[in-house]
Write a protein that binds this ligand. Structure first.
Ligand code: ADP
Ligand code: MG
Length: 431
C-alpha cells in the first residue's frame, strides 16, 4: 500500500476515535450532572451554596470560552489528531499547560466539591470564602491563562499531542546543524494531583512515537534507526541523593567539569531497539521508585524522578538529541515547615529551593538571559544543558486537584506555572 494511503487511513481512524471521545464526553457530562442532582436530593450535597456559586460562574462564562477540544476544533477548523504536530507546535521555546483531574473518591467522601474550571486556555480556581458577618458566602475566582488548559474530560493523548509530541519530533530532527536539540517535559503539582499518572502515560506514548519517527524515513530531516541508537537512563533525586533507578539504586555523583559540562557519574544508560524494550525499561524504573515509596513515608512525593532518552550516533556514540521527562516532587511545602522532624524540614527546604531554581532557569530560556541560576540545586545543575543550550525547548504540565480543600495549593500551582511564562488574562472573559 502506498504511504499516502496509509496516512489517510490513519487520519480516518484518528478522526473516528476523536468522534467517539466527543460522544463519551457528552455522556460523561450528562452523568455528572445527574450525580450532582442525586447527591443533593439524598442530603449529601457537599456545600450547596458554594456548588451553586461555582455553577453560576460556569454558566456565566461557558459561552465566552470553551473546553480545549471544542475550542481547538473551532479555531483551527481541523481536529487536533488530524493536524500535524508541526501545525500545533508553536516556535515557542516554552509551552506551559495545565491539566485538571476529576474529583476522586477520597475527596467525594469528604464532601469536597469541584472548585476548578478549565476553559481553554484558562484555568480558574473558585476559592470558598465567608464574609466577616460569618454567614454570607462568596467565591474568589482566580483566573490564569496558559498555552493550553485541559479539563477533567481531556485524555492523556490530548495532553501528549500538544506538549511532548512536538518535542519528540524536535529531538529526532537532524536538520539543526551544529546544535544538539534538547527538550524537557516537566510535571509540576501538589501530591495526588496527577503528575505520575500524566507522566507515565506520556512515557508510553513517547515509546511508540520515537521509534515510529526514527523508522519513518519520510519525515523530513529526522534521524533514522539505521544510523542512530536510542537509550534510556532513569534516576531519582531524593534529599541530596541521586540514585540510579535502572541499576540497584546506586548512588550517583553530579560533577561539572572544567568545560562547564555536567556529568552524572556512574549513571547507566540502556539501549532500546523497540518500543517494547523501551517500555520494559520504563517499567523497571517505576518499580524501583514505588518499592522505595512504601519503605519510607511516601518518598515518591518527595523526590524528583528523571527519565532521559538519548539519541546517539551509531558509529561514534556522539549525542544527537536528548529528551528528559521529569516527574517533580510534590509542590506542597507550606505545611512541612511546621514539622518537628529535622530531616523532613531539610528535605522540604531542598524541594522548595529546587522548584524555585527550576522556575528561574526556565524563565531564563525565554529571556535568553545570561544569568541562569542552575547551580542553586542538584535538579537544575543536572538539567543545566536544558537551560543554557540555544536549542533547548521545554513543556511544563501543571497538574491540578479539583477538590475544594486544595484551592490554596491549586492557586499556588497556577501562580508558579504563570510565572514561568506570563500571559495576560487580559480580556479573555470580557463581555
Ligand atoms: P501525583 O503523582 O501528582 O502525586 P498521581 O499521578 O499518583 O499523583 O495521581 C493520584 C491518583 O489520581 C492516582 O490514583 C491516579 O491514578 C489518579 N489520577 C490522576 N490523574 C488522573 C486523571 N487525569 N484521570 C484519572 N485518574 C487520575
Ligand atoms: Mg507521583
Amino acid at each position: 500500500m502506498l504511504a499516502k494511503d496509509q496516512t489517510r487511513l490513519r487520519i480516518e481512524k484518528m478522526e473516528a476515535e476523536r468522534q467517539q471521545r466527543r460522544l463519551r464526553t457528552k455522556e460523561l457530562r450528562h452523568t455528572r450532572a445527574e450525580e450532582e442532582r442525586r447527591n443533593i436530593s439524598q442530603g449529601n450535597p457537599g456545600d450547596v451554596d458554594f456548588i451553586g456559586l461555582v455553577r453560576q460562574w460556569r454558566e456565566e462564562h461557558s459561552g465566552v470560552a470553551l473546553r480545549h477540544e471544542d475550542s481547538v476544533s473551532v479555531t483551527s477548523g481541523a481536529n487536533a489528531n488530524t493536524a500535524s504536530p508541526a501545525m500545533v507546535a508553536s516556535d515557542d521555546k516554552i509551552c506551559v499547560c495545565v491539566r485538571k483531574r476529576s474529583l476522586n473518591s477520597k475527596e467525594l467522601a469528604k464532601l469536597e466539591h469541584d472548585a476548578v474550571t478549565c476553559l481553554h486556555p484558562t484555568a480558574t480556581v473558585h476559592s470558598a470564602k465567608v464574609r466577616v458577618d460569618g454567614i454570607s458566602k462568596y467565591c474568589d475566582h482566580h483566573t490564569f491563562k496558559f498555552d493550553h488548559a485541559f479539563d477533567e474530560l481531556s485524555s492523556t493523548e490530548d495532553v501528549y499531542f500538544y506538549t511532548a509530541k512536538p518535542l519528540v519530533r524536535y529531538v529526532c530532527d537532524g536538520g539543526n546543524k551544529g546544535v544538539i536539540p534538547r527538550a524537557t517535559v516537566f510535571a509540576y503539582g501538589q501530591t495526588g494531583s496527577g503528575k505520575t499518572y500524566t507522566m507515565t502515560g506520556i512515557q508510553r506514548m513517547v515509546a511508540e512515537d520515537i521509534f515510529s519517527t526514527l523508522s519513518n524515513n519520510n519525515i523530513g530531516s529526522c534521524y533514522s534507526l539505521d544510523n542512530t541508537t536510542c537509550s534510556i537512563a532513569i534516576f531519582e533525586i531524593y534529599g541530596g541523593r541521586i540514585q540510579d533507578l535502572l541499576n540497584n539504586r546506586n548512588r550517583l555523583k553530579v560533577l561539572e567539569d572544567g568545560k562547564g559540562e555536567v556529568i552524572v557519574s556512574g549513571l547507566e544508560e540502556f539501549q532500546a531497539s523497540t518500543p517494547q524494550e523501551f517500555l520494559s525499561l520504563i517499567e523497571q524504573g517505576q518499580k524501583n521508585r514505588t518499592t522505595h515509596a512504601t519503605e519510607a513515608n511516601d518518598v515518591s512525593s518527595r523526590s524528583h524522578a528523571i527519565c532521559q532518552i538519548l539519541l546517539r550516533d551509531k558509529t561514534n556514540g556522539k549525542l544527537r538529541g536528548k529528551l528528559s521527562l521529569v516527574d517533580l516532587a510534590g509542590s506542597e511545602r507550606g505545611n512541612d515547615t511546621k514539622e518537628h522532624n529535622r530531616q523532613r524540614r531539610t528535605e522540604s527546604s531542598e524541594i522548595n529551593t529546587s522548584l524555585l531554581a527550576l522556575k528561574e532557569c526556565i524563565r531564563a530560556i525565554d529571556s535568553e538571559s545570561k544569568h541562569v541560576p542552575y547551580r542553586q540545586s542538584k535538579l537544575t545543575l543536572i538539567l543545566k544543558d536544558c537551560f543554557v543550550s540555544k536549542a533547548a525547548r521545554t513543556a511544563m504540565i501543571a497538574t491540578l486537584s479539583p477538590g475544594s480543600n486544595s484551592t490554596d495549593h491549586t492557586v499556588n500551582t497556577l501562580r508558579y506555572a504563570d510565572r514561568i511564562k506570563e500571559q495576560k488574562v487580559g480580556d479573555t472573559f470580557a463581555p
